[in-house]
Write a protein that binds this ligand. Structure first.
Ligand SMILES: Nc1nc2c(ncn2[C@@H]2O[C@H](COP(=O)(O)OP(=O)(O)O)[C@@H](O)[C@H]2O)c(=O)[nH]1
Ligand SMILES: [Mg+2]
Length: 361
């Protein structure tokens, strides 16, 4: 009988897979569990290696995602791809102590809905982190604790176990953005009465390979919180897209002034250069921030820039057309302009979401 599934998100973890599997077997024995690697098409061939092992060992499975990135969404899709009544999420680099799994399982059997592997509970530790890493983790932990209703010592943990029931109750409302899947679940379950317990563990050093988390973790964390707060009313992607659009307008004006007044070119030339510069900047920022999980690279980047510029040019024509029509039909000029801008922004967002970032590869 399958009782426990361990979902492991991976990106370039091929050197850790074998050791991790041996450690799991040593801790969990030979039956009753499976391990599901969710790999985002790692260039180092993690998925190929896992499938190779899986051919000989039916406890090992691989979910291979293409054109996607993201720790949280990988965990969600992995959890949904198993039939086990109890699911654990764990990193693939041996930083999470697998010997805590039996203790976590015992907590679930005693009635817990969620058991968190905690680095900050008495008996746990974070290992040797550098100052900036410590600061980021601390910031996340403090804000996370503040918004949760229940006392949780390590809401930023990536190591936890839950009953499938709790997943089913929350999965439709999860944000799935960024890397804090535990916090996403806890915030979604904030109003439910669930039993949460903790098992302390020592966070180990990475066995092989390197960390995938970069400076952008703070940004992604902010997006997760924003989505939890206002995502019901406005899609956070649309909000970021619009803010970047606003930045684009400022850049447009600055470039226009420089080319027109500074360099002495004619208005049409200066306006075209400014529009081009603003579009390139907007595309670049949206690719890094708004569509981080579907980031375009190399050829796809160039193709994306082209479709972005085409889509936004159509948006500009629609903007001018609608605002002029309204203005000529006695709408106050500011309102007419605002209506044009709104229609243009919606069009740009919808069209580029579909054409530019829709089939990201
Ligand atoms: N599927 C998937 N896994 C990821 C992604 N980013 C990180 N991971 C995995 O998530 C786990 C934690 O990431 P890691 O880089 O070790 O983060 P750190 O421990 O906070 O430095 C590791 O198993 C990574 O391979 C991603 O975009 N997609
Ligand atoms: Mg790690």
């Amino acid at each position: 009988m399958l009782r426990l599934s361990i979902v492991i998100p991976t990106f370039n973890e091929s050197q850790n897979v074998q050791k991790l599997l041996r450690s799991l077997e040593a801790t969990l024995g030979s039956t009753g569990w499976e391990v599901l690697f969710v790999d985002d098409d790692s260039p180092d061939g993690t998925a190929i290696l896992v499938r190779d092992i899986a051919q000989r060992d039916p406890r090992v499975r691989c979910l291979h995602r293409i054109g996607r990135r993201g720790l949280s969404s990988a965990c969600i899709e992995g959890m949904l791809a198993t039939a086990a009544p109890i699911i654990a999420v764990m990193d693939g680099d041996l930083q999470h102590d697998e010997t805590a799994l039996p203790k976590m399982l015992a907590e679930i059997e005693k009635g817990a809905d969620m058991v968190i592997g905690s680095r900050y509970a008495p008996g746990g530790s974070t290992g040797d982190w550098d100052k900036s890493r410590q600061a980021i983790s601390q910031l996340g932990t403090v804000t996370g604790r503040a918004i949760l209703r229940q006392p949780v010592s390590d809401p930023m943990s990536g190591f936890f176990m839950l009953r499938r029931k709790l997943l089913d109750a929350t999965v439709r409302d999860l944000s799935g953005v960024g890397f804090k899947i535990l916090l996403d679940i806890l915030l979604t379950a904030r109003h439910m009465s669930i039993c949460i317990t903790e098992v302390p563990y020592h966070f180990r050093g990475r066995f092989a390979g390197e960390s995938k988390l970069d400076e952008m973790v703070v940004w992604e964390y902010g997006i997760l919180l924003a989505d939890k707060l206002i995502g019901r009313f406005v899609p956070v992607r649309f909000l970021t897209f619009s803010i970047i659009g606003g930045v684009g307008v400022l850049v447009h004006m600055a470039v226009l002034t420089a080319v027109l007044k500074g360099l002495g070119f004619g208005f049409a030339t200066a306006q075209s250069v400014a529009a081009g510069a603003a579009m390139i900047l907007n595309f670049t920022l949206n690719n890094i921030l708004t569509y981080r999980d579907r980031r375009l690279k190399r050829w796809a980047w160039l193709k994306g820039l082209f479709s972005f510029m085409v889509a936004c040019s159509i948006g500009a024509v629609a903007n001018v057309g609608i605002s002029t029509y309204l203005f000529e039909n006695r709408t106050q000029w500011m309102l007419a302009a605002l209506a044009g801008v709104l229609v243009g922004a919606f069009w740009n967002y919808a069209a580029t979401q579909f054409y530019t970032w829709g089939n990201a590869k």
